[in-house]
Design a protein around this ligand. Sequence first.
Ligand code: 5GP
Ligand code: MG
Length: 170
Amino acid sequence: MDLSEIMIPQDEIASMVTRVAEEINKDYKGEELIVVGILTGAFVFTADLVRELDMPVIVDFMQVKSYVGDKSTGTLTIKRDLSTDIKGKNVLIVEDIIDTGNTLKALKEMLLQREPKLLKICTAFDKPSRRVNDLTPDYNGITVPDEFIVGYGLDYDGAYRNLKEVRIVR
Ligand code: 5GP
Ligand code: MG
């Protein structure tokens, strides 16, 4: 296993965070927002993003596991649930990367049953070429090619989450 040269440098990630935060700030001006970071990968992006938001923000985390079998495409198990009641609230799911879209599609359906006022999705990275459903993020950081990436919260077997930049695993 090898790591590639830097694919996305730290400064490019920082400008992405600023740009995405500006979009969110514009859309929610003054309204309270519950930010739901998806553990573990999104912990870095969530931490960076919320510090650029200027509306009242509640930060919560959720950890889920998705099983994709032949019959069921995207069954979701909650490993850690929210500690916040999201009914009637503005909710923003923050994810590290969207690949097939199975995880977020299932999670979105599950959270919609709790009747939030508005539920949107924000991702640091998006791999649209791998999508198997119609899921699209409301806020997308950087579109990446079909490669397995690590760094900025993303891991390979638990490692490399602490890299400041993004690299490809080969
Ligand atoms: P999906 O359900 O969209 O296929 O899966 C998304 C999840 O798969 C992400 O939250 C992440 O945990 C993992 N994943 C997908 N692509 C990558 C990648 O390129 N690198 C890493 N480290 N994880 C990935
Ligand atoms: Mg993940």
